[in-house]
Design a protein around this ligand. Structure first.
Ligand code: NAD
Ligand code: UDP
Length: 331
């Protein structure tokens, strides 16, 4: 079975390629390297000792896609490619709508031409907006507060409409919570350029003394210690969820959404303190004002993914902190 992975050299895509290859799938990657590096292809090969096909191309380009579909007999698609920084999407919404929506439409149109009607899409817990109760179930109301989130919601809608119009499609919408960590080998992981937006890369840059001090956004939230609570999930667990989703969509047809989270909520301070303890490092922090748009707490009810995909997260927060730091030390 051959899987086309868009955005396959990115953080989640690269870990998913490893899990797919280790589960016996063939992998074809298309990535324009706008937020990743070509070396990742070699690291994936090194970890798995398997061959992969890589195309440095833009998913918005339908001719490039057509050539890939002509060259390979694709059985299913995992669509990771897209921009993902919330703040940047507020500053430059057109860039986000153009890239995220356009790449998806091009991909779906070409896939349709080649009669490949099985796709897993990277959605996000951000589509739940500010949930009224916790844990979050898939049937909760959907809303967004920024253009990035809106692109996810729009694409979910496009995929649902597509299925309604043609019941041969088989579609999994995976709503990720907060992926962190890295592969045990230390070869692939997350290392954004510049000042990170997300908590774990920021903690790491303070631990490695690239940045002075972590700003914790708010200590007056309605949580056990006042700092924001999130559902951090090891990226390898998340990657395994994609293999399960592929198994599911290969079996039948339909369009359904699944939460990929652990079901556990940890605060910013929980994560910082665990990181400090397991890696034996200092992480200086100070409290700052709340970040606009942030919510008190967000964690998944992952029971539907367990029931339907036979998947659940297995790795704990200590392993996430160790693996994330191990990757950075090896860079
Ligand atoms: P990433 O930026 O590491 O990976 C995305 C990859 O897509 C990059 O390698 C980038 O070069 C590529 N890309 C972007 N636009 C492209 C285009 N037009 N053509 C070809 N390649 C393109 O991000 P990630 O963290 O691995 O996230 C993967 C997906 O999961 C994204 O869709 C993201 O929105 C979604 N997601 C991520 C998180 C998270 O916290 N990381 C949470 C929820 C959802
Ligand atoms: N956070 C923080 N300082 C930072 C980055 C994030 O205190 O430099 C907090 C943020 O307010 C939230 C949590 O860490 O409570 C996770 O934020 P992140 O941006 O990683 O993910 P989000 O859940 O917002 O997508």
């Amino acid at each position: 079975m051959k899987i086309l992975v868009t955005g396959g050299t990115g953080f989640i895509g690269s870990h998913t390629c490893v899990e797919l290859l280790e589960s016996g799938y063939d992998v074809v990657i298309i990535d324009n390297l706008s937020n990743s590096k070509k070396e990742v292809v070699d690291y994936i090969k090194q970890i798995t000792n398997k061959k992969i096909s890589f195309y440095e191309q833009d998913v918005c380009n339908k001719d490039s896609l057509r050539n890939i579909f002509k060259e390979h007999s694709i059985d299913a698609i995992i669509h990771f490619a897209g921009y993902k920084a919330v703040g940047e999407s507020v500053e430059n919404p057109l860039m986000y709508y153009r890239n995220n929506i356009d790449s998806t439409l091009s991909l779906l149109e070409v896939a349709n031409e080649f009669n490949v009607k099985k796709i897993v899409f990277s959605s996000s817990a951000t589509v739940y907006g500010n949930p009224k109760t916790l844990p979050i179930r898939e049937d909760f109301p959907l809303s967004t507060t920024n253009p990035y989130g809106s692109t996810k919601l729009i694409i979910e809608g496009i995929l649902r409409d597509l299925y309604k119009s043609d019941n041969d499609w088989s579609i999994a919408l995976l709503r990720y919570f907060n992926p962190i960590g890295a592969h045990k080998s230390g070869l692939i992981g997350e290392n954004p350029n510049g000042i990170p937006n997300n908590l774990m890369p920021y903690i790491i840059k303070v631990a490695t003394k690239e940045l002075d001090c972590l700003g914790i956004f708010g200590n007056d939230y309605n949580t056990h210690d006042g700092t924001g609570v999130r559902d951090y999930i090891h990226v390898v667990d998340l990657a395994k969820g994609h293999v399960k989703a592929i198994e599911k969509i290969l079996k039948g047809t339909g369009c359904d959404a699944y939460n990929l989270g652990t079901g556990n909520g940890y605060s910013v301070l929980d994560l910082v303190n665990t990181f400090v303890k397991v890696n034996n490092v200092d992480v200086k922090y100070k409290f700052k004002d709340r970040r606009a748009g942030d919510i008190d707490a967000c964690y998944a009810d992952p029971s539907y993914a367990y029931k339907e995909l036979n998947w659940k997260a297995e790795k704990g927060i200590e392993e996430m902190c160790k693996d994330a730091y191990n990757f950075i030390k090896k860079q």
